[in-house]
Design a protein around this ligand. Sequence first.
Ligand SMILES: NC(=O)CC[C@H](N)C(=O)O
Length: 306
Amino acid sequence: MDDLNYTTLLEGIAAGMLATADKGRVADYIPELASVDPEQFGIALALADGRCFAAGHADTPFSIQSVSKVFTLALALGRLGDRLWQRVGREPSGLPFNSILQLEHEGGIPRNPFINAGALVVTDAILAGHQPREVLGEILRFVRAAADDENIHIDESVARSETDHGHRNMALAHFLAAHGNFVNSPDLTCGTYFHQCAIEMTARQLALAGRFLVGGPAAPSLISRHSVRRINALMLTCGHYDGSGDFAYRVGLPGKSGVGGGILVIAPGRASIAVWSPGLNPHGNSALGTLAVEHLARATGWSIFG
Ligand SMILES: NC(=O)CC[C@H](N)C(=O)O
């Protein structure tokens, strides 16, 4: 596809999404997210050859929330390698992202690194022996290097809002600690986790930041190719929680969603795609974002399943 075709495609998708009546429901369990205007949609595409295209509200910052779990997993795999898998599994959970149900049955080992329990373990692992400030600095350095953009920050008001209302995550953290699967105090790890979730990015920045998972000559090589393959596999099977099967069915690409309405999608060897629209479907994944990447995958033929 040439430049004009990509631009036309993204603008057509953005116009179609903004005209869609059912835009889902904005997350309200983090009060600071509840006030975001649902009438927004942005999409950005960073191709493996270095070109970048965007449409809609692609330059409006939003809270990346659980998309941050991709970056912390990359750091944890770099630091711990396979030792990480002693503390967290690699299977889809089939349950909502914040569920505590399986943890009891499975002895405090979360199913995967993308549900909240698993992501808390990942953050706890990279925090070990460090101050939250140092680890948050490391996460930001990684994201900024990936996006090649120093202007990426944490929204303190979102972090505070979640700290004040994060009882479920605190419960998960204490439960993990009770099972001996926590190194730091639940307060310290949850505080770090709430701040990583409160990183603010635009769809354009997020698409650029995802290039390290695409492979190809223009992609920043921040982690090994081995880790790139594994993170993509986990994004495909677990990146949308109990909506992962449906996302794979409809889109056919690895993706990671967040309750801020962002989704990072990887077309291996081809492109990193970011979509954002704050309204969520019942699984807590962006309603229009999912629809948009479904259109994009169909139009480009990029599904990994042919
Ligand atoms: N799915 C998400 O984006 C959840 C992230 C959010 N910070 C939480 O822990 O509840």
